[in-house]
Design a protein around this ligand. Structure first.
Ligand SMILES: [Fe+2]
Length: 262
C-alpha cells in the first residue's frame, strides 16, 4: 500500500506521479494527486432529498508538512492508511452545513487535528468540538496558502469556497456541481435526470441546484468574492459532486457562476 515502498512513494508524490503510469497508481491507490501538494479521493454515494450524490474529499499538504482535509468522505482503513502516509493530519474542514456526515469518524481517528466549520455547521453539530468558525479570513495555519470565500447569501445554508495557491485549485462543495451523463444514467431514474439538466448542474456547466440558486439573495455582495476567486486564475476546479475540471478552471468558473455574475 501507499508509503510502503518505492511505488507508494512515487504515487504519493505529486511531481513524480506524472512519471508513473496513471493505471499503475490507480490500481491500488485511493488518493490521486491533482497538483502540487493537493490530492483528492472519491468516496461512496450519499442520498440527499432522494437524489444520489457522489462524494469527494481533498487533501492539501501545508508548508509545515501538516495535512488539511476538506469535506472528508467515509473513512475506510485503506484511505486512512494513505492519508497517514502523506503526513500528520492537522486540520479537518467542513465547507457547509450539509458536509458533516463523516467528520466524527476522522476526528476520532485524528484526535490531535483541529476541526473547522462555518457558523451554521458549528450550530448544527453541537456534539463535535470545533475551533473558531471560518469566514472570509483564513486562519494563520493556512493563510497565504489557501484562500477562502464565504457566502451567506442563501436562506438554506452558508458555504465556503477555497483556493489552494500552490496547485491553483478552486475547491467547491455545492456551489458548483458537475454531474456526468454517465453518473446520471447509472444513479438517477430517467424521470429525475431532466432536473439535473434544467438546473445545469452538469459536466461543463457547473451550476448549483436550482433551489440553491434561487435562494441566493443580496447577490451584489457575492459577486466581488466570485470575481476575486476567478482573478486567482484557477487551473483546476475540484467539486464535491461531479467531474473534476483539470484545465482552464478560470474559464469554467466564469461559466459556472454566470447566473450570479450577470
Ligand atoms: Fe454537497
Amino acid at each position: 500500500m501507499a508509503g510502503n515502498g518505492e511505488k507508494g512513494d512515487i504515487c504519493n508524490d505529486g511531481e513524480a506521479w506524472w512519471n508513473a503510469t496513471v493505471q499503475e497508481c490507480r490500481l491500488w491507490l485511493m488518493l490521486e494527486p491533482l497538483g502540487q501538494d493537493l490530492w483528492f479521493a472519491d468516496g461512496g454515494i450519499v442520498s440527499f432529498k432522494g437524489f444520489d450524490y457522489p462524494t469527494r474529499m481533498v487533501i492539501v499538504r501545508l508548508a509545515d508538512g501538516g495535512l488539511w482535509l476538506w469535506s472528508p468522505v467515509e473513512k475506510t482503513a485503506a484511505l486512512e492508511q494513505e492519508v497517514r502516509a502523506l503526513g500528520p493530519v492537522r486540520h479537518i474542514v467542513s465547507p457547509n452545513s450539509l458536509h458533516y456526515l463523516f467528520l466524527s469518524q476522522w476526528q476520532v481517528a485524528f484526535p490531535e487535528a483541529e476541526l473547522w466549520g462555518t457558523a451554521a455547521t458549528i450550530a448544527k453539530r453541537k456534539d463535535l468540538h470545533f475551533s473558531k468558525a471560518l469566514a472570509d479570513v483564513a486562519p494563520a495555519a493556512w493563510e497565504r496558502q489557501i484562500d477562502q470565500f464565504y457566502f451567506t447569501n442563501s436562506l438554506f445554508m452558508d458555504e465556503l469556497i477555497f483556493f489552494h495557491r500552490a496547485s491553483r485549485t478552486a475547491i467547491i462543495a455545492d456551489l458548483s456541481q458537475t454531474f456526468s451523463e454517465a453518473f446520471l444514467k447509472k444513479h438517477w431514474p430517467w424521470w429525475m435526470r431532466p432536473i439535473a439538466k434544467l438546473s445545469q448542474m452538469t459536466e461543463g456547466r457547473g451550476y448549483p441546484p436550482i433551489d440553491y440558486r434561487i435562494s441566493f439573495r443580496h447577490r451584489a455582495s457575492a459577486r466581488p468574492k466570485v470575481r476575486a476567486l476567478i482573478e486567482e486564475h484557477p487551473k483546476h476546479v475540484v467539486v464535491a459532486h461531479g467531474e473534476i475540471v483539470r484545465t482552464e478552471g478560470e474559464t469554467f468558473l466564469r461559466r459556472a457562476f454566470s447566473w450570479l455574475l450577470r
